[in-house]
Structures are given as C-alpha cells and as structure tokens.
Design a protein around this ligand. Structure first.
Ligand code: GLA
Length: 683
C-alpha cells in the first residue's frame, strides 16, 4: 500500500457484534451500553450469508435494515462484512464444486467456515452476486463507514486442492512460463524423471511418497495461492467500489500466510486491518517461563509486520477475553491490566482503530469459549470496566493518531524468501531463529525497528529511510534486488546479512556461483564451507573484541576477499579461527556479513557496534521487561511505555514529560503497576 487511501482522523474505538446471535430485544441495550463504554463503530454481518440469501436468488434485507436503522438512531457507525467466508448449506449442496478439498481431493463439507475455494467459477459468480446485492442495497447507508471483504483470507487453511484449483494452477503456470520447456527447466523436472509433456499432467500438489515434492513446484504453488486470494479480494473490492459512497473505506482483516498482503492492500484496499490475539504467542516459546521468553511481547513482531503493509492500520479484532473453541485452543483470561496492555501494544505499533472481539461471548456453537468483553450472563464485569477505561485512555491519545513509528533500522524481508521457508526446512530453521532473536535483541533493548519488504515496486528511497538494513538470510536473490541493495550501500547505507545468503535463484534452485552469489561484490567474502552446528560439539561461538558471542544453528565459514576486515572469528569446531563476521566498505557505505544465524547476543552486539542500540536512552531508562516504542507527528514525539510483567516495573524519565492519559507531568523514577502502560508526550 504505497499510498494509504484511508486514515482515521481520531483514535477510534470499536467492537465486533453479531446481531444474529441475540434476541432483538437485546439490540438497543447493547448499542447503548457500547456507546457508554466509548465504542463508536461496530463490525457486523461477515458470516450472515444465510440470513441475507436464505434461498438461491432470494435476497432479504429486513433483518439488517432493522438493525442498521437502529444503529442510525443510536448514532453507532458500522463496518459491514461481505459474508463470503461462510457459504450457506443450500449453496454447497447445490454446487459441491465450490468446496475446497484436502490434499487427497476429499471435499471439506458444510458445517464450519472457509470451506470454499477461490478458483471455482461458480463460487466467484455467487459471491459476485451477493456482494453486488448487498452493495447496491447498503452502499449509501448513513450508518455504514466501511466494508470488510470476506473474513481472514487464508485463515483456517491456505491450501487448496479442488478440481478448480488444479485447473487454475495450470492456467497460472501457462501464463507464467508460456511453454512446458520453460516450466521443466525452471522446476528442474529432469530430476527423478518428472518432466511434463502435457499441461494436463500438472496438478496442484497431490499426495506423493515421502512428501518428496519438487520444491520449485511448491514455490510456484504458493505464488498461485496468493494470486488466487488476491484476485478473489479484488473481485469483491471492484464491485463494492462501484456502489459505495466515496467516504466509505474498504478493508479486510489479516494477516495470514501464502498471501502477498502488500499487493492485496495496494490493489484492493483503502486500509488494512489486523486481528490481534497476543495470547497465541504464549505457545511460541517452548517454555513460557524460561528466562527471556517473550510470550505476548512477540506479538509486537506481527504488528510491526502489519505496519509494513499499512503504516496506520486498524485492529479489527483485539483480544478481550480468554480464547478457545469447544474442542481446541484453551487460553487464560487476560489478567487485570492485560486487556489494556495488549490493546496499547497495537496502538504503540501503529494502530489508530481498536475494535475488540467481541461484545459478548457467544453462548452456543464452535466458539462458545472464545470470550468477548461481556460473558454469557450479560452483566457488567471487570472486562467491560477495563475496556471502558481503555477507550477513555484511547481518546486522550488523539494527538498520536496518524503518527509515524520511529525505527532505528529496518529488518528486510521479501515474499519469495518467506514462502521458501514454508517449503525448505533448512531455510526455515535459520530464518525463524534469526528473525525471532533479532526481534528479541531489539525488543529487550528498547530498539524499535520497521520491517521492509523488498517487492517489485520497492524504490531506493524506501531503503534510504533507514541508516541500517538487516536482511538476515536473503537465500534467494535476483539481479534487481541485488542492484537495489548495491545502490543503497553505495549511497552510504549499512547492510547486515547473515549466513546462507544468495545461494538460490527465484525458482528455488541453487546457483552454481561462489556464495554469497549475487551479493559477493557487496560482502567482499567467499563462502567455501558451511555447516549446521553439530549437536555433538560445544555450542558454536565467535570471538569479537576479545568477547565470546554465541553464534547460532548454522555457520558459513567466511573467507575475506581483498579489502574486507574481519571483525570476529569462530572459536569452536573445526573452523575455529576462521572469519565469522566481516565488514566491507562499498561506495559510501558498508556491508557486514555474519557467517552464522543471529542470536540474541550477537544481534545485540551488532546493534551496539552500529551505534543504533537504545536510541531513546537519553529520554528514558527502562528494564528489559518493559517495551518502549516511539511515535512521531508534526515534530511531536510520543513515548509508549508498556510493562509486560506481572510485577511492577520502574522506569526513569530523564526529562519532564506529559502523561497523556491524565495530562499530568512526570520526571525521574516512575513505577508502572503489573501490566501497566503509559504514553508520554516529550515536552
Ligand atoms: C478470528 C476470526 C473471528 C473469530 C476469532 C476467534 O480472528 O476472524 O471470526 O473466529 O478468530 O476464533
């Protein structure tokens, strides 16, 4: 989304509401209580297809007419969802070809959601029809401010194996390669006699022995899934656009894999929204109680990624209660303070709209344990009290609305490499470790960063915004990206890359070049040997300025070329003494090549070496357990201070600041309660 077409002008509070889940007698009271709590927008209707089209071709709007008129009366604004994530039973019974299938070709049946496939012409036609009918009917409705397309595209599954997908995959490949010869060459099908002689022999993945797929085929399949989801979204966006008022925005709620969210946002959306459930992150650390486990703080990493898609995003679903389905996913209720903490985490990272999921926990069906603000008994409770207090605080943050996030560096990513990690376990192991550890080093040391996706339309100016780019493992690289990086460094930028750089092309095949391939001119290094670290050896480490630093799970043994300085050498294994980290001057800039994966320790040391660690140390000193983020607008700076710990934490403000929640001034030591938050305007 190069230019975000819609931005909130005030910090806005919302909630997800399902009028179809409740007796109509509750509606007015619900809307009034929402308003009292500080909610001005609700999202509705995203699963209500069977209410609007109970029989094929019969469109009934009485239900939502009545509800929307009540919204107008109560001055409640609405984001209306297109209901295409949940086709009705009549539809899938009449047209079973719309169903998505398992890898074995077995259809997913009616009774859950997202069981359709994007490529069924029948489904596309039926979706186009209902979206048209809804947009025609409600496109000018005074209560509606925005539209949500479908719900969480690629959630539940991002794998599609219906007949329509096999056919569409062939068409996608024909368009991409033109001839079978080109496809065979790109995929290296000569291996194991996989050569295709007719397009009809090609399928989206089917079951193969030992999962021994062709990885280049899987990579194209991933591109195809992304393309399919994007087209499906664009089809709906085009329809909406031709009926709705200009002041209404179009969005969808993400963010899921096998989907180029950046491209989708650029071509179909006015603003991107995200569904934020930080308690999912508790599962990521093997031991949530281990020292240094980030748990819910890791959610900031996803929010930073969302910001790369859309700098001023919204949260369509912000966790407000315990999460759980009746048969999977059990989570604790947010502790007192955590509901606010998690919502402020979203605001800190760039959200200007916070909508909680959901107003009241559904008392029946699959999600009866996915708790909302209110519980089944509908009484006021501590979550409502906290949400009300959060919305009050949110209103005091109005001056922050639209503010940019400060970033000490950018973590560079691209879809090709990200998708390859979903296919290639060697790549995935190094990439997941490094991204997490770089994030951890930055997060624990109060060094906010951005994510920057290299895409076809990325320009030098996008890179030049950052003095330092860390591109952990550009395993796959092409000339265009290598040249862009060269220009960035030549003009004075600092580039840091890790191991396994440049050994694949964009088809996923390894290149027969000295590593790091197309990046060698930049790094001034040669990789003649490399290895995963061996479980039989001591932990891998390097020596940097006399200090021992843990390296990681994979080591490239670097040979510095002429003019390249060695900063650190390996201290362990058969390559002890060989270069582990080098620095190479290139034009006005420099390139650091770390031969290993990134660890928390080496990433911290690198950030310190580059002089970008703790950029706000002159303003605030905070313990590791507290997240520090800065947003800036019109020369004004706003410091978010978030205590993720269940104990009180003390920070020291080195200058006088104004606490936005209550307008008081503060300086010196300030103690935040357990899970407490504060937002300061730097005076
Ligand atoms: C997602 C969906 C919601 C709901 C919640 C809880 O984020 O968008 O419809 O299902 O999860 O499961």
């Amino acid at each position: 989304m190069r230019k975000q077409k819609f931005q909130w002008t005030h910090m806005t509070g919302g909630v997800c509401y399902y009028p179809e889940h409740w007796p109509k007698t509750l509606w007015a009271d619900d809307l009034e209580r929402m308003k009292k709590a500080g909610i001005s927008v609700i999202r509705i209707a995203e699963f209500a297809w069977s209410l609007i089209e109970p029989q094929e071709g019969l469109f009934c709007f009485d239900f939502f007419d009545e509800f929307l008129n009540l919204c107008s009366e109560k001055d409640m604004k609405v984001i209306f969802g297109t209901p295409t994530a949940t086709p009705p039973a009549w539809l899938t019974e009449t047209y079973p070809e719309v169903l998505n299938c398992t890898l074995e070709g077995v259809p997913y049946r009616h009774g859950s959601r997202r069981h359709y496939n994007y490529n069924s012409a029948t489904y596309q036609k039926l979706c186009a029809r209902i979206v048209t009918e809804i947009a025609r009917h409600y496109g000018q409705h005074p209560a509606i401010v925005g539209w949500q397309i479908d719900n969480e595209l690629n959630c539940e599954t991002s794998e599609f194996y219906s007949e329509a997908d096999h056919t569409a995959f062939r068409a996608f490949l024909k368009q991409k390669y033109g001839t079978l010869d080109a496809l065979n060459a790109a995929w290296g099908t000569v291996f194991w006699s996989q050569t295709y002689t007719e397009w009809s022999q090609i399928y989206a993945p089917r079951r193969v022995i030992s999962n021994g797929y062709n990885p280049s085929m899987l990579l194209d399949y991933t591109r195809f899934v992304s393309d399919s989801a994007r087209k499906f979204c664009k089809m709906q966006s085009d329809i909406l656009r031709s009926y709705i008022r200009d002041d209404m925005f179009i969005t969808t709620n993400g963010m899921f894999d096998r989907l180029d969210n950046h491209a989708m946002a650029e071509e179909s959306l006015d603003v991107y929204t995200y569904d934020s459930y930080p308690s999912f992150a508790f599962g990521l650390d093997k031991n949530p109680k281990a020292p240094g486990a980030l748990n819910d703080r890791d959610w900031s990493r996803s929010l930073i990624e969302v910001r790369s898609i859309c700098p001023h995003f919204g949260i369509m679903e912000q966790q407000s209660g315990a999460n759980g389905w009746f048969n999977r996913m059990e989570g604790p209720a947010p502790r007192p303070g955590q509901l606010t903490l998690w919502a402020m985490q979203s605001v800190a990272q760039g959200a200007d709209y916070i909508s909680f999921f959901r107003w009241r926990t559904c008392s029946f069906s699959t999600e009866m344990y996915w708790h909302g603000i209110l519980d089944y008994d509908n009484r006021d409770n501590r979550k409502l009290a906290e949400a009300t207090d959060f919305f009050r605080k949110l209103r005091t943050l109005d001056p922050v609305c639209g503010a940019e996030n400060a970033a000490a560096f950018a973590l560079v990513k691209d879809y090709e490499n990200s998708w390859d990690t979903g296919i290639d376990s060697w790549h995935s192991r190094i990439a997941s470790v490094s991204e997490y550890e770089i994030f951890a080093a930055a997060e624990l040391n109060h060094t906010p960063f951005d994510m920057l996706y290299l895409r076809e339309n990325t320009e030098l100016a996008d890179l030049r915004k950052y003095p330092v780019l860390v591109y952990p493992h550009p395993v796959m690289i092409d000339e265009q990206r290598a040249n862009l990086l060269k220009e960035y460094v030549a003009q004075g930028g600092t580039l840091v890359i890790g191991c396994r750089a440049g050994y694949k092309d964009l088809t996923g095949k390894c290149v027969m070049l000295p590593q790091p391939g197309l990046l060698q001119e930049l790094t001034g290094t040669d990789v003649r040997d490399f290895t995963f670290t061996s479980p039989n050896e001591e932990a891998s480490y390097a020596v940097w300025n006399g200090e021992t630093v843990e390296t990681g799970v994979f080591n490239d043994i670097l040979t510095p070329l002429e003019g390249t300085r060695v900063l650190a050498t390996y201290g362990s294994s058969y390559y002890a003494g060989a270069a582990a980290l080098t620095e190479h001057a290139y034009g006005k800039g420099r390139v650091l090549h770390l031969g290993s994966t990134f660890s928390r320790a080496n990433a911290k040391q690198l950030l310190a070496y580059l002089g970008i660690l703790e950029p706000f140390a002159a303003q605030i000193t905070a313990p590791e357990g507290v997240e520090i983020v800065l947003r800036e607008k019109d020369g004004k700076q706003f410091l978010f201070v978030l205590n993720f710990q269940p104990e009180a934490q003390t920070v020291t403000l080195h200058q006088e600041m104004t606490q936005l929640y209550d307008g008081t001034t503060a300086a010196g030591d300030v103690t935040l309660p357990p899970f407490g938050t504060a937002v300061y305007a730097l005076n």
